[in-house]
Design a protein around this ligand. Sequence first.
Ligand SMILES: NC(=O)c1ccc[n+]([C@@H]2O[C@H](COP(=O)([O-])OP(=O)(O)OC[C@H]3O[C@@H](n4cnc5c(N)ncnc54)[C@H](O)[C@@H]3O)[C@@H](O)[C@H]2O)c1
Length: 324
Amino acid sequence: MPEPVKPQRILITGGAGFIGVHTVNRLAAEGLELLVIDDRRHGCGEPLPSSVQLEKVDLNSTGAAEIVVRFRPDAIIHLAAQGGVSRSVRDPAGDAMVNVVATVALLRASVDAGCRRFIFASSGGAIYGRARRLPTPERTTPAPLSPYGAAKLAAEGYLGMFGRTFGLSTLALRYSNVYGPYQDGTGEAGVVAITCDRLLSGRPPEIRGDGQQTRDFVFVGDVAEANWRALQSLADGGINIGTGVGTSVRTVVEELARLAPQLERPHVAARWARSNLQELSGTGRAWVGARHRRASRSRSQTRSRIARRIGMRRAPDRTPATRG
Ligand SMILES: NC(=O)c1ccc[n+]([C@@H]2O[C@H](COP(=O)([O-])OP(=O)(O)OC[C@H]3O[C@@H](n4cnc5c(N)ncnc54)[C@H](O)[C@@H]3O)[C@@H](O)[C@H]2O)c1
């Protein structure tokens, strides 16, 4: 197996978004030459370091491929995506345009540009679906429940094909639930950011459903570190990026609420869950998320396979997040 080469010129798509800004800052600390492609449709508002070039372009435009070929990156981290699960249910074709078609166009452009390494932001929770086994190992047969998950899985399929056919070294990082500074607290998902937003604006926190549903929460700084380690490795296929620890939504909300003791106890919004479900499915029968999600720690923690494969050493940071 050839030795991994430390890449110098890195293209980051979606670099103005939540995970993108943390990743750009991590890579900028290495003194690398960085180009971000992001049309800022969902930028997190944090400025990028002045050394980083930004091209405000839609990845679905032909201009994007030209920029990639001109920059000739050694490696690409592809983070740009339509990230809304319920939006993907309302508009599966629109979701696929960004999450599949733009990804395929970018893979093609990276081959044309002579790029050697391609890292893709996939989603453990979205591709495994209602997995029986928790934590869920990577060998689990994917069974997405939403168009968003199906698109991530389809993109992983293209990554494998570009690896086999064009010799591009590719890796899908299957993030679990990422939290941390600059996350959008006004969206449909991201219970940590949503709760912090409510607390900071003086509103009582809210628990959707009974709150017993569990998620694997991973700190965004660890995800940025994983992106950087993945760039330097030759690992391929798909790897879970999570803690392997399931925490209930109720626990997270109550822990955060403890930081703002003057507010009332969290509201339980079971009706929200029901009506949202009906809106998502049109019938109220379909369900787009699994009740319990946890990435297997076998490949996501110290002494794990991921530690061996991409050299991740740091244990997950469990510091409560605040919005920056
Ligand atoms: N946040 C999570 O918990 C989580 C979990 C699993 C996977 N992911 C994946 O990680 C990646 C980053 O997620 P995030 O939370 O930082 O999302 P984000 O929405 O904050 O960032 C995405 C960025 O991509 C840009 N973008 C979207 N479509 C684009 C297009 N067509 N052309 C150019 N730019 C475009 C947006 O402007 C935004 O800045 C996504 O691929 C997402 O699916 C995130």
